[in-house]
Unconditional design. Sequence first.
Length: 1062
Amino acid sequence: MKASAGSGKTFNLARKYITLLFRKSDRAAYRHILAVTFTNKATDEMKSRILRELYILSTDPGSSGYLKWFIPEMFPAEELASVAPGDIVRELPGKPGERITEESLKESAREMLCNILHDYSAFSVSTIDRFFQQTLKAFSREIGQFSSYQVELDRKMLIRETVDRILDSLTEDSPDLLRWLTDCAMEQVEKGERYNLDQRLGDMAERLKSDAYRDIVEESGIDEALVYSYSNLRKIREMCGSVISSYIKRVRDAAEAALAAIDRCGVQVSDFYRSFPKVLYTYKEAREGEALKLPSGFLSRAGDPGLWFPKAKSRDLIAVTSGLEDSFRDFCILFGDDFRVYNTARLIRAQLYELGVAADIEREFDAVLKERNVLGIDDSNLLLKNIIDGSDAPFVYEKIGVRYENFLLDEFQDTSVIQWENFRPLLENSDSQNHENLIVGDVKQSIYRWRGSRWQLLQESLEKEFSSCRTTVLDSNFRSLRNIVEFNNDFFGYASELMDAVYGGQEATVSGIYSDVSQKVASRSSEGGLVEVSFCSGEAQTDIVLRTVRRLVASGAGYGDIAVLVRNNSSGAEVAGSLIRNSVPVITDDSLKVKSSSVVRRLVSIMAYMDNPLNTVGSYLAGDMKTWPDGGYRSLPDLCESLIRSLRAADEEAFDADTAYVQSFVDCVIDYSSMNGNSLHDFLSYWEGVNPDISSPTLGDAVRIITVHKSKGLDFRYVIFPFAETVRLYRPSNVWCCPDFGGTALEGAGKGLFDVTLSESSGETLFSGDFRREKLLQYIDNINIFYVALTRAVKGMYIIAGNPSRKFLASVDNPVPECSDMSHILYAYLRNRGIRAGFRSVEEEDGRVSVSYRLGEIPVSQEGRKVPRQPGHLPASYPSFALNPEAGEDGGPVRTRLILSTENVDYFSEDGSPGLYSSGRLRGIILHKILSSVRVAEDLGRAVSDAVAAGLLDRDEAADAEAFLSSKIASVSALGWFAADGSRILNESPVIDTDGRVYRPDRVILHNDGRVTVIDYKFGSRDNSYRRQVLKYADIWRRKGHPDVSAYIWYVMSDSPEIVTA
């Protein structure tokens, strides 16, 4: 099943799971169905969807979207024709031949739901990694591990320990390794380059343990022990050195011969057009350590004597220089195939020393795993493949103790080759027994190639390997409004064709992948939605993000309705910093780095000074501290706590501003010390190599900042996508390559793998084919990233990009513009097809916006909007009190303090009875929250039920609250505040004043005749300050263009609304 963004993939996966349950006679059918997703969040969503739909079918089948799959006559005739017969349930388990009714369906669904809930551990919906780990546990003996082994997610930590062990082993007992690394270091020193052995080994270990390396080893079938042996690498090194020396000598000789020929002709280099042969002097003096470059200018003229001289002298000079052609040709020939072999030899020789430690890295890495009794998460798939390779499915099932008949695989485009090879025997076994399986994916959303995913499995391999495979395309978009869907249909069709043209290949690869991009609009909303694209100066982008957030909030959106998608964490940190400085609440798990805090950096510097008193920076920073740890700390967390309290005393304002960062740093210290001990020096070494994120609190109403990769599978009412120019079509990158040396001077090097930086210059090496292949794959990666970003929005999408380069603008009207990033393609689309697609050019007040296009208007309807519950959240700091009265003014050690919970100060009423409803203040807060969820009087029951579900009220209190508020609403019925008359209601919707301050009136009614009524609820006694507050609200709405504004303060407890007039 090919499922484009927003096409109802989860709906169909859950539907397939449920119909499989009902089509089996086994009460424990769920034990034999395995649904696999790729993230824990997707797993939770899938489980929740299945259980929720079973509950609906067991209580009210008529309200289930799945009912027609049980009662096919409910299908529209034209839709039923396209449904596969096997997708419809014709009879219920245990009731053969009986017609399915809603009552019989309720009974069966109730039984199935109970069975699953009472046997929940056998309800097999899992991430692919979790399933493989569970399977691998059954083979712990075969992999040489104790059954109690743990999975280590931090591969970098394992690699650091591996490198440390290699360096510790550099003694006379390992002479080959010692001599090899010594030679490596000496070569770098002779070149005058900096050399950090620790870092170089760590980088190589990272690359050798990558999924990309393991994949190409499997594909190429090389013998690593032979290829990376010291003897073989020395042979390759000598061969590369010989190729380089020989080539440079030939170039020098050819350059010298050409210059001599010029002299013999009796002309000067200056007589030539722009003295182009003067480059020969450079090549005449070429040395081995230099990197020779392609003499493009010389090569473009040397082959045509008509281009040698200025036109005025050409006829006379050509006559006397006819003998130069052979000399020039001999020089030019050297920059063909020989030049590519020379460049390849230089690239290979530069990394041979590091490749020489591959075997040592593998050996020590395995030793670390054994000693710690852990397995790296990335190694598990390969171990499992080696175990089950060639085995049949019954062997696997026997080991894991369960047999699966049906498989539902989600996000198949993100599957790696090794994961597929591990799954394939199980699917082949199921298919051979005529069981149904469902594989869902979308190549357009394949954005995890760097993690080993292979979209070709879905695009090409699946149908070849399973002849009975039937492909279904979900072609309707249930997520986004019309303008967004139609824009994406048109833009990505254009972009994929243009990218094929920019790439210049013979096959339409990108446009082939996007052949199914066009979707139908499933939304029946009268709103069209908004697409807005702005091009501006780079430094203005965060300001435009802020302005857009404020515009949306002013139009009725909540902060929680808005998401800012970014390409990388550095862009996210920039946006987060801007919004936070302007008092916009933010949620981000990716973009705020602990190390970006000045307080944390100071804290670490002081710890470094304690570890090494010669650290002058730490010494300077420690000078302002009022107190100093006595050195008798029992653990790293104790030391950290002591330093934090001293720093806070020195600069309380700066400390409180960075509380979240400091808390995250303390978490890192605790996590490290619990696993690795309390060595300060070792912790500081560890800290240098990590860059942890802040775990921000999940506030109910805050702007979400998230990377495009983490946004996949999510949707947001409004999406802002700044820094679109960071989605570049191609970036030079390191790729493992297996070059073919056949027929070249390097043929004797044999078959090997080399980690090569592929760039435009790779065209002049034997890696040119690898470069073209990687370029195409990156094109697909990056249009896919853009596709994921632009398909998250429900109602409105704002794309912001830097101004295009002059080079691009000069070519934008060409049939194939010179595009280097996705924003260029977007600009070309808007310029060439934007007006036809319905976009209009917009004049922006901000002079920094050079071009802005808009399609549609901001949807402002509040219908169907979920009112987020606002969880209580603690301020930055609360007063603390010592458990030990003798602790002193500083409160004593951290373990002797209590945190005062001010939220429960009046938990008990005056007569001593406990409970939230016993306090007058808290009772008012609860009633206020209930009213904030009421738009019309009929909403009161639901709002009270929500308060019960949230734990704010018990059942008895709920009945009292509903009766009380019902009477109060009835008492103001003459004013029409809660009437269902079609007026637009804004409950606690923020409004922004011209000074940037945000206000939240309790209730604003926008009447159909243009009047506006502003109401603020009060549950206490009268206070003049309330009048000023409500007058401020009314004034803002008048300045928003509503002349007829009435303002009320409703003292709910006294039944008397007070009209407030200016």
